[in-house]
Structures are given as structure tokens and as C-alpha cells.
Design a protein around this ligand. Structure first.
Ligand SMILES: [Zn+2]
Length: 267
């Protein structure tokens, strides 16, 4: 039996040789690489949390790359981490590889920013009390919504695998909540139903201020609210096995739905 520490420090080859890591946790094909999720680029100095590595096939790994790059830029802007050279590097990468995404990110400045606070909160003062004024407010266009959907699906699949110890054969429902919802009654009662507190660390350092989630893992389902940095928004994730997926989706109309994902379970 391996200790958690030995498991974390294991080489890629050894990691992939374990029976539970034989198949890609996203598509079920033979896993031939390991994937860090959330990606290392999301973290300061690329120091990713331990235990968040997953068996993946080369094709899934490659498909995610450009979306992850774009996501990393969005996180960097709204979460206030990293330095200016890193930000420039990320901007350049997205400019070169995903021009549509680059054009869809609009940090709000000056008058537009004031107007946003006024419309959203009534006044800049209220926004300040809620901790909004010391952060970058970003407006997102449609290509980014699409990236959010894919990202939430990967979050659902990987967190399900992480906590439930099996590949998700089912669906991911997701929703992006703006920070102001945090103070709403519904949001608080949702949090109360998520007793699990993710232990996010690298060596002995907590990485909670960069990545954190509350969750509830049960047979065939994983619920989580995920945040990165000091967020403008939260990701609400429901990963459900085929058996648990509701046939009637009343109340889920405003949620994004991944559609059936994952392979038939393999042994
Ligand atoms: Zn795959």
C-alpha cells in the first residue's frame, strides 16, 4: 500500500502502470500520458497541487491545450495573480492561438467600469463593500462561454474521478455564478450541502487562495463549487453517472449540460 506521499511523487511511468490509471479519465481510451488538472499554468510559478494528476490519452490532452491556455489567461486577469511578464506571455499565446477568444475578453476600465458597478450594485460604494472594486472586472463574449462549458465538463470529470475513484460515465451539469450570488440565501444553503473541503496543497503549502472547492461526493454523483483565486465567479458542478442523471431536468434549464460523456465502464 502506497502512502499518499509516495503516490504523489510517483513517476509518470509508474503512475500510468497502476490499474486504476489504465484508461483516460475523460474518454476511456487507453491512457498514455498524465494530465494535470487544473492545468499547471493556473498556478503561481506553475506549482500545481499534489494529487490532481489524471490518466489521459494524448488526444484528449492535445484537444484541451488551447482552451486551457485561454482559461489560464482569464484566471490570471480576474484572479489577480502572477506578474506582468507572465500576463504578457499569456496574452501573446492567446492572441496567436485563439484570436476569437482574445477579442472576446474586455477588461472594463473608467466610465464603463463605474457604470457596471452602478447597474449591478446600485453604486460603487456597495461594490466596494462587496470587495469588487479592487479586482479586475472582465466582460466576456460568446467564445468564452463555450470555453467555460468545456472547462466545467473537465472539472466535473476529473473531480469525479478524484473523489469517486472511477471514470464518469454520465453527464456534467454546470453553471457559472457571479461573485455577488455568494451573498444570496440560495448560494449559502447550497454551500451547507457540500460538507467536503478540498485539501489543496503542494508539499506543506496550502494553495487554497489559488484553487479551492467545497464538494459532496456520493455513489454515482459529485457536486462541487469551485473557485480560482479571488474570483469574479464560481463554477457550480454536478457530475452524475448515467443512472443518477435526472430524466426530467426541471430546475436545470439555466444550466449547461455536457451531453452524455465518458465511456462504458471498463474493468
Ligand atoms: Zn481521452
Amino acid at each position: 500500500m502506497l502512502t499518499p506521499r509516495q503516490y504523489r511523487q510517483m513517476s509518470k511511468k509508474k503512475f500510468l502502470s497502476l490499474p486504476e490509471n489504465r484508461w483516460c479519465c475523460l474518454c476511456g481510451a487507453r491512457a498514455d500520458t498524465e494530465d494535470h488538472f487544473p492545468p499547471r499554468d493556473f498556478f503561481r510559478d506553475r506549482v500545481a497541487p499534489q494529487g490532481y494528476r489524471f490518466p489521459s490519452c494524448a488526444s484528449c490532452n492535445r484537444l484541451k491545450r488551447l482552451d486551457e491556455q485561454a482559461m489560464s489567461l482569464i484566471m490570471h486577469i480576474q484572479g489577480h495573480w502572477g506578474d506582468l511578464p507572465t500576463l504578457r506571455e499569456k496574452l501573446r499565446a492567446v492572441f496567436n492561438n485563439r484570436r476569437d477568444v482574445f477579442d472576446a475578453i474586455r477588461p472594463m476600465k473608467g466610465v464603463a467600469r463605474k457604470r457596471y458597478f452602478r447597474n449591478k450594485f446600485g453604486s460603487t460604494d456597495v461594490a466596494r463593500q462587496l470587495g469588487y472594486t479592487d479586482m479586475e472586472i472582465v466582460e466576456f463574449g460568446p467564445p468564452i462561454t463555450k470555453i467555460f462549458d468545456s472547462f466545467c465538463c473537465w472539472l466535473g470529470q476529473t473531480l469525479y474521478f478524484h473523489h469517486n475513484g472511477e471514470i464518469l460515465h454520465g453527464e456534467v451539469f454546470s453553471s457559472v455564478l457571479l461573485r455577488e450570488s455568494f451573498f444570496a440565501q440560495e448560494f449559502q444553503s447550497l454551500l451547507d450541502r457540500l460538507p467536503g473541503i478540498a485539501d489543496i496543497r503542494a508539499n506543506s503549502h496550502s494553495l487554497h487562495e489559488q484553487f479551492f472547492y467545497r464538494y459532496n461526493a456520493m455513489e454515482g454523483a459529485l457536486f462541487a463549487i469551485v473557485q480560482f483565486g479571488n474570483p469574479q465567479f464560481f463554477f457550480v458542478i454536478m457530475a452524475m453517472s448515467k443512472e443518477k442523471t435526472p430524466t426530467v431536468s426541471t430546475g436545470l434549464e439555466s444550466w449547461s449540460r455536457s451531453g452524455l460523456i465518458g465511456p462504458e465502464p471498463r474493468r
